[in-house]
Structure formats: C-alpha cells, structure tokens
Design a protein around this ligand. Structure first.
Ligand SMILES: Nc1nc2c(c(=O)[nH]1)N[C@H]1C(S)=C(S)[C@@H](COP(=O)(O)OP(=O)(O)OC[C@H]3O[C@@H](n4cnc5c(N)ncnc54)[C@H](O)[C@@H]3O)O[C@H]1N2
Ligand code: MOO
Ligand code: MG
Length: 401
C-alpha cells in the first residue's frame, strides 16, 4: 500500500507541465499567463477629458460664479476619437467629450452642467482649477512597464488590461485534451431502460464536469464493456489526439478488471493507496500518453479526482496553488475512520457571521456508492491516517469544494 502523498506525486509527475501556446484573448479566460507582459502604450495614452463639457484655460474662467458667469466663444468640437485636435486659443472654449484628447492650450474642463451648453458661445457659471477633469497620460500605466506577471490567472479584468495596452494574444499554458473513459458491462446510458443487473452511468458525467471546470477540452467514451479487446479497440485510436486519459472502474481485485488487465503490461502501474474511499488506483503512460485510472465507485471517483487529478491538472496549467482551501471546523457528530488510511467523508460546512471556526455536518456514511450524499456535500472532511475516531465537537480539517 502506498501513501496518498506518494500517489499524488506520481500522478503529478505523469501529468507533467503543459506547453505554452499563444491564444486569442477571448480563449484565455481562466488560464495562467506563462510570461510577463509589458505595456506597448501608456494608459491613458494621451491627456483626455473625464467629463463632457468645455476645454478652457482656467485663467479665462477664474471669475465665473453662479450670479456672474463668464461667456466664451466656442470655436469647435472635440468628440472622442478625433485625431487632428485643434489647439485652444486663449479667451475661447472648445466643446469636448469624455475620452477626447485635451487640446493644447487647455488646462481644464468645465462640466456641461456648469454651463448653458451653448454651441457658438458658452456661458460658464463656475470657475475650475488647472487640471480639473483631465485624466493624465500614463497615470494608470506607463508604456514599457510590466502590467501582467507570469503566473497570473487570467480573469476578465486581466484580459481587459491586456487588450487596453494593445495585446491581442497571450502566452498561456495550453489546456490538455482529456479523454474520459468509463468502463463496466453493467453501465447504461440514460434514458435507455434498465434491465435487472444494470445501472445508469454517472462517473463520466462527473469527470467531464470537473475537468471542464478546470478549462480542459474533454472527450468521452462511455460504458465500455469489461472486455480487454473492446477497451483497446475503443480507446487506442483516440490516443494520438489526447494529452491525458482518465478512466473509471476496472482497477480492483476481481476477475473482470478491464483497465488493469489492458494496461498493466504497457506502462501503467496499479496498487492500493492508503485512503478511503479511493483505495485502488493506477497511473502511468500508455503509448506515451499520461493515464490516470480511478476506481469505479462513484464517490471514489470524485474523491480521487479531488485528491489526485485536480491538483495535477492545475499544476500542469501553471497554477501556483493547485490545492483546495483547507479550514478547521467543529464536527456535529462522531466519526470513525480505519487506522492507517486517510479517510475523506462528505460534509456540509457552514460558518456563522462573526464566528472564528465553522461547523461541519457529515453527509452519508463512509460507503463509496453513496452518491446522493455526495450531491449534498460542499466539502470533504479529512481524517488522517492516525485517527480512528473524531468525536462530536472536536475540530477537524475540511477541504472546501
Ligand atoms: N476483493 C476486493 N474487492 C474490492 C476491493 C478490494 O480491495 N478487494 N476494493 C473495493 C474498492 S475500495 C473499490 S473502490 C472498488 C473499485 O473497483 P473497480 O475500480 O474495479 O470498479 P468496478 O468494479 O468497475 O466498479 C465498482 C462499483 O462502481 C460502479 N461503477 C463503476 N463505474 C461506474 C460508472 N461509470 N457510473 C456509475 N457507477 C459505476 C460499479 O457498478 C460497481 O458497483 O472495488 C472494491 N472491490
Ligand atoms: O476505496 Mo473504495 O474507493 O472505498 O470504494
Ligand atoms: Mg472491479
């Protein structure tokens, strides 16, 4: 039996690191930036108006008040996007819009609300200080400086910033193409009718959802019968276009362990990990393609995914911290755990406003077939290898899902 940590590091080594690809910004959301990005332009690129109003020289409107306004001739318009901007003659005004370049000779903008809105002549009823409503070139970003650091997870704001400094593609760790294969002669695609002895397939659905949430491209082969020739014929032709294969089922100690029987001799090793659920595990390479084989019980599949596959895929994608958040929580009931194994129990974690630690209520028993309780859970309770009993009201560690 190997430890959880040992298998985690094997899976991580097998999955490796993804290559870097340059992708259009629209395809980068959620991915990790592979290199520092410098600004090609300053932000703003030029002094521009923060308001719709009139560009003036503050000296010309210094005496303007509500009761005694100043009237200036308006010599033209500066809409946003105007590239040939006239200079302001002293003693006049230019009508200017938000985002438009401030003309030479102007040192401030009077909001249209403080004027009569005139087109030929404008009556200004408030003075402005020099600099009012002008957004200075470079006050946000200076050209040539690094705006996004390697390792940044690209969300909407980071992608917007990249575009604002003139970038249309970014170097990111390329998401893997993952092939999910669920095995079991008993498995049936819903909604086909079930015969006695058959069950509806659910593991591939969980794995696809979990992998897509990490940004992976996923293809599925569902309900492969427990027959080595059938398994090979279904999966082998797909290996060429695949970066990672994740299988479910067929890895334990029985007579029809299709995944084990098909892959044990070709570079994938199998064994037991000291955890519950998720004991039987395997990983390795098949024709050079990384393979992680998960046990078939539905809870075992999702727990194994959380413990082994998710951190390995996130690390491959360049995430500095690929782990779930761990928090302490007070148990609402006593739990028991097998000595020598790390147990992961489903739980529902809550924390009241103002409380330091939260509370966790176990959901369902330890059985790895109890899918309904998994669907009610928002965390995994971790009971370490030494723990045989965690009493009610004791503090345990939970992983927030
Ligand atoms: N003699 C032993 N028997 C078993 C051991 C053991 O150590 N000695 N380990 C048990 C544990 S723990 C697990 S976990 C399972 C793992 O078995 P397999 O990986 O070979 O998985 P299967 O036998 O194919 O299936 C197990 C179980 O899960 C259901 N299943 C499988 N695939 C799906 C799916 N895609 N959707 C829904 N349900 C699925 C399947 O019908 C079985 O009930 O082995 C124990 N046995
Ligand atoms: O280790 Mo198995 O995954 O409990 O059912
Ligand atoms: Mg089996």
């Amino acid at each position: 039996m190997i430890s959880v940590e040992e298998h985690r590091s094997r899976v991580r080594d097998v999955v490796g690191t993804r290559p870097v690809a340059h992708r259009a910004l629209a395809d980068c959301a959620g991915l990790v930036l592979a290199e520092d990005i410098g600004a090609g332009v300053s932000l703003p690129p030029f002094d521009n108006s923060a308001m719709d109003g009139y560009a003036v020289s503050s000296a010309d409107v210094a005496m303007a008040k509500a009761g005694s306004p100043v009237v200036l001739p308006v010599e033209g318009d500066i809409p946003a996007g105007l590239t040939d901007v006239p200079a302001l003659r002293q003693g006049t005004a230019l009508r200017i819009m938000t985002g438009a370049p401030v003309p030479e000779g102007a040192d401030s903008v009077v909001m249209v609300e403080h004027t009569d809105g005139g087109e030929r002549r404008v009556t200004i009823s408030a003075a402005v200080e020099a600099g009012t409503h002008i957004r200075r070139a470079g006050e946000d970003v200076r050209a040539g400086t690094v705006v996004l650091r390697a390792g940044t997870v690209l969300g909407p704001a980071q992608l917007g910033l990249a575009s604002a400094v003139g970038v249309d593609r970014l170097p990111v760790f390329e998401p893997p193409r993952v092939l999910v294969v669920s095995t079991g002669t008993e498995l049936v695609h819903p909604p086909r009718p079930l015969r006695h002895g058959q069950i509806y397939e659910s593991n591939s659905v969980m794995l696809v959802a979990a992998l897509r949430s990490l940004g992976c491209h996923v293809e599925t082969i569902r309900c492969v019968a427990d027959d080595v020739a059938t398994f090979r014929a279904a999966v082998e032709p797909k290996l060429a276009g695949t970066d990672l294969v994740v299988t479910s089922g067929g890895v334990s100690a029985g007579a029809y362990e299709v995944v084990k029987d098909a892959l044990a001799g070709v570079g994938v090793s199998f064994g037991k990990v000291a955890m519950q659920p998720g004991g039987p595990q395997g990983c390795g390479r098949w024709q050079g393609v990384p393979v992680v084989t998960l046990p078939g019980n539905p809870v075992s599949v999702l727990v194994s995914f959380e413990v082994f596959v998710r951190p390995a895929v996130l690390a491959a994608l360049g995430h500095a911290n690929p782990e779930r958040t761990r928090v302490p929580a007070r148990l609402t009931e006593t739990l028991t755990s097998p000595k020598g194994k790390r147990q992961f129990r489903r739980g529902y974690y809550t924390r009241e406003e103002g409380e330091v630690a939260g509370v966790v209520a176990p959901k369902g028993g330890p059985g790895s077939h109890l899918l309904a309780s998994l669907a009610e859970a928002n965390c995994l309770i971790v009971l370490d290898e030494e723990t045989v009993e965690a009493p009610k009201d004791s503090t345990v560690e939970v992983l927030l899902l």
